[in-house]
Design a protein around this ligand. Structure first.
Ligand code: FAD
Length: 253
């Protein structure tokens, strides 16, 4: 159920340069793929909340993982343990689990954030998971040991070759998507999602992608986050119809 509430910050950690992990006392039951809309300031400046995916959700805690890219996330990073955080959520839909026993999960950069909870959910469901983690460089492959611990097969790709294979992460994932009758999941930059969607379509795999958009209200009213889709509807809202979409439904630019 959607809730507006203030949760206590238990821990605010820097997990890599420019990347924070925020642990909150649990007050929200969220599924993998959902997000919360965070009020980053006590004032109305900045006016809009900031959407952050649920990185993990357990009995006692709700965890967010975020990159500081601008004023909103910098204000969020300045918050300390013991303070409270005003949250609206959980919002959006979640990653569906299918009857396929195998899954291929592809992450690009901070797109890995919601996939941690997905990997944990897939593991709990007994799925055999191949995880492909791509980033610009080694420093941006954050929490890699924690991701590695959840999966049967773990592969890394970086643009500069500082860790894993020097390649696009989709190049690593392509032969596995081709050869394995698995459900494919992805979150990351749009060109990466477009290529994952193309590969999944080419080999007839079910594929689900989590999209980002500039998002204002978060509850479907403002229509600021629409993305073009195939079919009669033409557009769908990332905040309430997504952020997870069947890859075949989306028009990637
Ligand atoms: C459903 C959803 C889930 C998200 N989950 C996470 C997450 O788990 N971790 C994380 O680090 N980030 C996540 N984001 C992106 C995050 O919301 C933006 O980085 C954040 O709003 C930037 O706010 P800012 O004030 O720090 O930066 P701003 O100063 O507002 O912007 C800095 C830069 O970020 C871009 N930006 C701003 N808002 C968004 C947005 N909503 N989507 C994409 N780009 C944006 C701007 O174009 C600009 O280039 C998510 C976005 C969506 C829509």
């Amino acid at each position: 159920m959607l809730k507006l509430q203030k949760l206590e910050i238990i821990k605010q950690e820097s997990v890599a340069p420019g990347h924070q992990r925020l642990t909150l006392a649990k007050g929200i039951n969220a599924l993998a793929g959902q997000f919360v809309h965070v009020r980053v300031s006590e004032t109305y400046d900045p006016f809009l909340r900031r959407p952050i995916s649920v990185h993990d959700c357990t009995e006692g805690r709700l965890v967010l993982l975020y990159r500081t890219v601008g004023r909103g996330t910098e204000l969020l990073a300045a918050k300390k343990a013991g303070e409270t955080l005003d949250l609206l959520g959980p919002l959006g839909n979640s990653f569906p689990l299918t009857d396929r026993p195998q899954a291929v999960v592809v992450a690009g950069g901070i797109g890995a954030a919601p996939l941690y909870y997905l990997l944990r959910s897939l593991k709990l469901a007994g799925k055999q998971v191949s995880f492909f983690y791509g980033a610009r460089n080694e420093a941006e492959l954050i929490l890699r040991d924690e991701y590695r611990a959840l999966v049967a097969n773990y592969s890394e790709a970086t643009d500069d070759g500082s860790a894993g294979t020097r390649a696009l992460v989709t190049h690593l994932a392509a032969p596995v998507i081709a050869g394995l009758d698995a459900t494919v999941y992805a979150c990351g930059p749009s060109p990466m999602l477009k290529e994952v969607a193309r590969l999944a379509d080419c080999y007839g795999r079910s594929c689900f992608v989590s999209l980002e958009a500039q998002l204002a209200c978060g509850v479907g009213a403002c229509l600021g986050c629409v993305v073009p889709v195939k079919g009669r509807e033409k557009y769908r809202r990332v905040c309430v119809d997504g952020p997870v979409f069947a890859a075949g439904e989306v028009f990637f630019c």
